[in-house]
Design a binder for this molecule. Structure first.
Ligand code: SF4
Length: 287
């Protein structure tokens, strides 16, 4: 039996938007008392649990809001939701990440300027639903390059991407979009709205995966950006395990491994990563 060398990705864990959102909501809860957030503030159960201890609870609908204040989570919501909250006399603390806000704004502007807005992203993801909401529900969501062939041909077409998409997949979507729409369009607008935090975490994870025997990706199973990190590492041909916390690690995964790489999604807090790293460093594995 022996121990493994644990290597960490250069960029991982909480991003700017999540760190900002969590601290804004924690501060608001300290100043005002118990607070509700519309949707989970971040897709990470440990963060949600810790916020719960400060009196912050997630609700899924405005109808469930009990107090006078509601916080909008980092992934954002449709404009109608904010307007509806205000119309009901509920004060809104909007901690939508500024990068997501920028996408909502670009989508709104293009829609109002007569563009058919296309959103490249995961259908059903909160961020994507919110962006579509800023176009009064008119934006078309495309989840894979093949879906471009079903797009209606419009005179003006503009595209944005969900912040957590991979740049490679977006490039493929865009080249198909240009091929399909350019012959009939007078204007195509392409916005690169993929978040730098995501790209940095992705390239650091892929680089690390090249130099280790096995990868551990830490983060919520419902976190899109964490799942994407796991997919990218797996695609490098390295055995990859996605865990939410140290308790899920299994010694059998690491038999005959000398090096293990660790990365984490943008919604994974430092304390959860630290526990995983400590457990891996202490783990005795079979030769
Ligand atoms: S990943 Fe980027 S867009 Fe998403 S919350 Fe973090 S900083 Fe904002």
């Amino acid at each position: 039996m022996r121990r493994m060398q644990v290597k960490l990705a250069k960029e991982m864990g909480f991003c700017f938007g999540v760190r900002r959102g969590v601290s804004q909501v924690e501060r608001a809860a300290q100043e005002r008392g118990p607070l509700q957030t519309l949707g989970s503030l971040v897709h990470n159960q440990q963060v949600v649990d810790r916020l719960g201890e400060s009196g912050v609870k997630a609700v899924h609908d405005l109808d469930e809001v009990k107090g006078e204040t509601v916080a909008i989570a980092t992934h954002g919501v449709a404009r109608e939701v904010i307007e509806e909250a205000k119309a009901r006399g509920i004060e809104v603390i909007d901690v939508t990440c500024p990068y997501v806000k920028l996408i909502q704004e670009k989508a709104r502007q293009m829609h109002e300027a007569g563009f058919q807005v296309v959103v490249f992203g995961d259908r059903g993801h909160t961020e994507v639903i919110g962006i579509v909401g800023w176009t009064k529900g008119r934006a078309i969501v495309v989840s894979a390059p093949e879906e471009i062939s079903a797009l209606p041909r419009a005179k003006k077409v503009g595209i944005v991407a969900q912040t957590t998409q991979s740049i490679d997949a977006y490039e493929k979507v865009i080249s198909r979009l240009v091929a399909r729409c350019l012959p009939r369009s007078i204007e195509l607008r392409i916005h690169n709205t993929i978040c730098n935090a995501t790209a940095l975490r992705q390239s650091a994870a892929v680089k690390l995966a090249d130099s280790v025997d096995v990868m551990v990706v830490v983060g919520g199973k419902n976190s899109a950006n964490t799942r994407r990190l796991a997919e990218l590492c797996q695609a490098k041909g390295v055995p990859t395990h996605h865990v939410e916390d140290a308790g899920e690690l299994q010694t059998s995964w690491f038999a005959a491994c000398n090096t293990v790489g660790v990365t984490a999604g943008a919604s994974t807090p430092d304390w959860v990563i630290d526990e995983v790293v400590k457990r891996l460093e202490a783990m005795e594995v079979a030769d």
